[in-house]
Design a protein around this ligand. Structure first.
Ligand code: C5P
Length: 227
């Protein structure tokens, strides 16, 4: 069939990006972390005083969307390409708990989503792409050749994210991370525009009890069946 389009959606911190990146690397495809794009917009809002004690200044952010330029940098050996916001590599800066706390409110804004989806279409128009996110199989590429929906128990997901943040040296508690993961899922699944939901034709993978290698082998098998 040639170079196909693969959409991997699912709940927060299910390890979608790791598996998506490995799969893209194996197939020689582009990998796009769409969550990084929403995180970079959120980082822009935080850096530009658009979040304060009153919360997110939605109109202020929407008015400044034209000032936001997003790109992905050179892919390294592990298949990772950092996100670049207005010329600055923000790959690490967008992974903080502060960004995680504001990203779901930012991602409810239809103007933000419109801008992200336009760019996602440009990146993926030719096939040969693995993109992960929340609305890739439902909205961005409804015709994707393979759709996967990943989930796991909230406790398992929070523990994995907590371990990652601890390894970076962030000062946080497990309960804060658990709350963030469940709150993001709640906002993502109940928002009006492009809510997180499993596409009818997506393959559901619950990876609570699966190793990374098991997940990789499973998605690779599913992809090869389509190619
Ligand atoms: O994938 P990640 O957890 O980094 O995504 C961060 C947030 O970005 C999600 O919780 C969600 O609010 C938003 N997002 C989205 N649509 C996507 C990807 C991410 O709304 N396609």
């Amino acid at each position: 069939m040639g170079r196909i389009t693969i959409a991997i959606d699912g709940h927060s911190s299910t390890g979608k990006s790791t598996v998506a990146r490995q799969l893209a690397h194996k197939l020689g495809y582009i990998y796009v972390d769409s969550g990084a794009m929403y995180r970079a917009v959120t980082y822009f809002a935080l850096q530009n005083g658009l979040v304060d004690h009153d919360g997110l200044n939605e109109a202020g952010l929407v008015a400044r969307l034209d000032e936001i330029s997003l790109n992905f940098g050179m892919t390294d050996e592990a298949g990772k390409s950092p996100i670049i916001l207005n010329g600055e590599n923000v790959e690490s800066a967008i992974r903080t708990l502060e960004v995680s706390e504001w990203v779901s409110p930012v991602a409810t804004l239809s103007e933000v989503r419109k801008k992200m989806v336009q760019q996602q279409h440009q990146l993926g128009g030719e096939g040969g792409i693995v993109m992960d996110g929340r609305d890739i199989g439902t909205v961005v590429f409804p015709q994707a050749d393979l759709k996967i929906f990943m989930t796991a128990s909230a406790q398992v997901r929070a523990q994995r994210r907590y371990d990652e943040l601890l390894a970076r040296g962030d000062q946080i508690s497990y309960s804060e991370v658990l709350e963030n993961v469940t709150e993001r899922d709640r906002i993502d699944s109940t928002r009006e525009v492009s809510p997180l939901k499993q596409a009818d034709d997506a393959v559901l993978i619950d990876n609570s009890e699966m190793t990374l290698e098991d997940q990789f082998q499973l998605v690779l098998k599913l992809a090869l069946q389509k190619i």
